[in-house]
Design a protein around this ligand. Structure first.
Ligand SMILES: [Zn+2]
Length: 496
């Protein structure tokens, strides 16, 4: 064997109880699970007292460009993530000409020359394999990107020809091995799509196993209508549904998650596969442009606009604004908050990213405790500024604070929500499980010491308690240090 991890408390990802045993790795896969006392290994790790889990699957990431710009992906593998699902919120990687519109949002517009060139999703997946990052990458086709490609940013429904072009982008992506289709219905251009357009596109996926992942039209007072729309797109399209970053945003909407969870349960009782994901914080983060548009057009998609609670995370041209609320900036500039926010957008474009303190802690716990909730960081990998600490801390915060300290989840359930459950939903074969034959994506951590360290003030900090992380059998993190290895690969869903 290449590696034997001895005496760990093994949480196998299935949600069942842990057991103390040995795990052997050979040729990138798990070769044996059990008592391996006499087994010889090139490397033997004494893991007594530590927890061993399948590597975590971040079902909600925006790392489409980051995997090339920062291929060691330390902010993810540092928290035990071994697979990223990219392409969320309608922001897909292809066609590349349209995906370029989002480069500034990820602070990557000044680094475009460091990106490889691709055209469609076949090219994107091949580019990942040609110059792999430290973790695996599964890909969603982004509705927004394909709509921009087909019809620009027009505020109307598509013609038959434009719809066919979007469907073709989606079908090409699915054939290439993408795991589903994402929408971002508060963002341009996704916000201009009606339900019928989305049902028509969902139908392209029917029978493929690909899922519909959605940043819904409204996460504020219109949350329940938005959940109903998402479920109806899944039911009429004949596809599974993944509700992204399930939450109730802004005070007027607090408590609605009880009813949105009931809608999910009712749909599941009808036989519809609806699940959700969540990041474990009471603040969100998005582009300031989307917030300003929401305010100017009087839509409630991101919740009520409380400028005191909206803090600039990243403004590449004006780092002195970072960490200040819009209300604070407005007072200093002697403008109204909305004028100040518009000015920041005009100056910084999509490069202005904000943190929005908008959720109720009780709602976060209600969603997390529900069995339909997976974990997804929604981290925005800006190269500059102070990103939301979820980028570095999500998985450790769930395992440490919410599981060990607050008992919102049991540890076997928490691991399941990060591993076996998302692997099944996103069609990642032989991932998210510790069993003979599965890929050796593994994380060894100390459940008594795991904690998120990243804060809003100082977000770029790796969690404590993560001892070792392996991707496809190769160590990428060792006692807090990145090994420099990049053993990741593009994960392709088998069609059919
Ligand atoms: Zn989103």
């Amino acid at each position: 064997m290449d590696l034997v991890i001895r005496g760990a408390t093994v949480y196998d990802g299935s949600g069942g109880p842990a057991r103390v045993c040995d795990v052997g790795v050979s040729a990138q896969r798990i070769a044996a699970v059990g008592d391996l006392v006499g087994e010889r290994a090139a490397l033997s790790v004494d893991a007594a007292g530590l927890a061993l889990a399948p590597g975590f699957i971040d079902v909600h990431s925006h790392d489409d460009f980051a995997v090339f710009l920062t291929p060691e992906m330390d902010f993810k593998v540092g928290q035990g993530v071994t697979t990223d699902v990219v392409g969320n919120c309608g922001l897909g990687a292809a066609p590349f000409g349209s995906a370029r519109a989002y480069l500034a949002f990820f602070g990557a517009d000044r680094r475009e020359e460091s990106l490889p060139v691709w055209d469609d999703y076949v090219g994107y997946l091949d580019a990942v394999d040609a110059d792999p990052p430290s973790l695996n990458v599964a890909v969603l086709v982004g509705h927004g990107t394909s709509r921009l490609d087909a019809m620009g940013n027009d505020r109307r429904g598509p013609t038959d020809g434009e719809l066919a072009r979007m469907a073709d982008t989606l079908a090409t992506g699915l054939d290439a091995g993408c795991v589903g289709f994402s929408t971002g219905l508060i963002y341009e251009p996704g916000r201009y799509a009606n339900t019928e357009e989305l049902i028509a596109l969902a139908r392209v996926m029917a029978g493929t196993g690909g899922l519909y992942a959605t940043h819904m039209r409204d996460e504020g007072i219109g949350l329940l209508d938005a959940v109903a729309e998402a479920i109806s797109i899944g039911e009429q399209g004949g596809v599974p549904v993944q509700i992204s970053h399930h939450k109730a945003s802004s005070r007027a909407a607090w408590g609605l998650v009880g009813e949105s969870l009931a809608l999910i349960e009712a749909a599941r009782a009808r036989g519809t596969d609806v699940t959700a994901d969540q990041y474990p914080y009471t603040a969100g983060s998005t582009s300031l442009f989307a917030v300003v548009q929401n305010a100017e057009e009087g839509t409630s998609g991101v919740g009520d606009t409380d400028w005191n609670a909206i803090v600039i995370a990243s403004a590449p041209g004006h780092p002195e604004w970072e960490g200040h609320s819009i209300a604070d900036l407005a007072a200093r500039l002697e403008r109204t908050p909305q004028d100040a926010a518009r000015m920041v957008v005009d100056v910084e474009g999509y490069g202005a990213v904000v943190i929005i303190h908008s959720m109720d802690e009780a709602d976060v716990r209600t969603v997390m405790a529900h069995p339909t909730t997976m974990i997804g960081s929604d981290g925005i990998p800006t190269l500059a500024g102070k990103p939301h600490p979820r980028l570095y801390g999500t998985f450790a915060k769930v395992l440490g604070y919410y599981t060990r300290d607050e008992h919102v989840l049991s540890l076997d359930q928490a691991v399941h929500r990060m591993t076996g459950m998302p692997a099944a939903k996103f069609g990642l074969a032989d991932r998210g499980i510790i069993k003979e034959g599965a890929w050796a994506d593994l994380v060894l951590f100390d459940p008594t010491a795991i904690d998120d360290i990243a804060t809003y003030e100082s977000p770029r900090r790796h969690p404590s308690g993560i001892r070792r992380v392996w991707v496809n059998g190769t160590a990428v993190m060792h006692e807090g240090h990145h090994t420099g290895e990049r053993p990741g690969r593009a994960l392709r869903r088998r069609v059919g």
